[in-house]
Design a protein around this ligand. Structure first.
Ligand code: ATP
Ligand code: MG
Length: 302
């Protein structure tokens, strides 16, 4: 049997040194089993108590009674010669695991009380299960022991495991399955961060594109306004040229108009001269006619 918590692989450099059992299963009275070495073999005929020793280790490490090849009752783990013995009062049993760290020893004791319950002690001091378990855990024994204790019949089941199941077992043994939740959470967080980063990047790119287009629009607008200014300037120049031309022709027309006015005035003067002459001539003609009439009548009378 390989012992759990050997010096080379333990995180804190300790090892299970020995087991002290009293009235545990087939171990009647008090027995010290050990010391254990890096490699220790326990041999004996069928029913000698080899598996019971494994059970004792499991028991002291807090493994539940249902996993200890018993019927659910812890009391069944107490030594009993026969059924009558089982009924006897004041029956107790304990398993003490002596853990060695350098020159120091740590005693883990689990007792089955006559009431059939469990009692846990560290170095003789009663503690609750949580503290007991926490201490075992802190020493790194628990995970190793729970996973390296290979019970009779389990070898075959391990041998027949498929790669996926073996991986699960290895993860359980190495303790990495305890980190699975955290790993999965971190993995999820990572995925979330990656996605957020992607989104942020896309948003940034979108914003940059927007800015670029805005800049382009600004340039185009400027160009458009400049073009408008240019055509307006051109139109203005043309209109000014047209205006100047029109002004010139207006001036010419005005000048012509003025000279026509002068001519008209001169002609009017000339006309009035002629009219005066005409009037004189008419007067003269009337006078001459009168004189002629007089002469005619005078001629006729004579
Ligand atoms: P195998 O080589 O067949 O696997 P083993 O050495 O592993 O044998 P165990 O299973 O450790 O043998 O011991 C079995 C013996 O322990 C049986 O004889 C059984 O009667 C005895 N035993 C189990 N529980 C008790 C108990 N509460 N009181 C007394 N004896 C018990
Ligand atoms: Mg056996």
């Amino acid at each position: 049997m390989a012992t759990a918590g050997d010096g080379r692989s333990s995180g804190v450099g300790g090892r299970i040194h020995r087991l002290e059992v009293e009235n545990f299963k087939s171990y009647k009275g008090m027995h010290t089993i050990g010391p254990f070495f890096d490699f220790t073999a326990i041999i004996g005929p069928n029913g000698a108590g080899k598996s019971n020793l494994m059970d004792a280790i499991s028991f002291v490490l807090g493994v539940r009674s249902v996993q200890l090849r018993t019927r659910a009752q812890l009391k069944d783990l107490i030594y009993a010669l026969d059924d009558r013995d089982k009924e006897a009062k004041g029956r107790r049993a304990y398993v003490r695991l002596v853990y060695q760290m350098g020159a120091d020893e740590l005693h883990f004791t689990r007792t089955i009380t006559d009431a059939g319950g469990s009692e846990y002690r560290i170095d003789g001091r009663a503690v609750n299960w949580e503290d007991y378990n926490a201490k075992l855990r802190s020493l790194g024994i628990l995970v190793k022991a729970r996973n390296f204790l290979v019970f009779q019949g389990v070898v075959e089941s391990i041998a027949s495991k498929n790669p996926k199941e073996l991986t699960a077992l290895l993860e359980q043994i190495s303790g990495s399955d305890e980190l699975r939740r955290e790993y999965d959470e971190l993995e999820e967080l990572k995925a979330r961060v990656v996605m957020e980063r992607k989104q942020k990047k896309a948003q940034k790119e979108e914003a940059e594109k927007h800015m670029r287009l805005q800049q382009e629009l600004k340039l185009l607008k400027t160009e458009h306004y400049l073009w408008q200014l240019y055509t307006i300037g051109k139109d203005k120049e043309k209109l000014e040229a047209d205006l100047a031309e029109d002004r010139q022709s207006l001036q010419q027309v005005q000048e012509k108009n003025q000279s026509a006015d002068y001519e008209l005035a001169a002609k009017k003067k000339e006309q009035s001269g002629f009219l005066k002459k005409m009037t004189l001539c008419e007067k003269m003609m009337a006078k001459k006619k009168l004189e002629l009439d007089k002469k005619v009548s005078g001629f006729l009378l004579s």
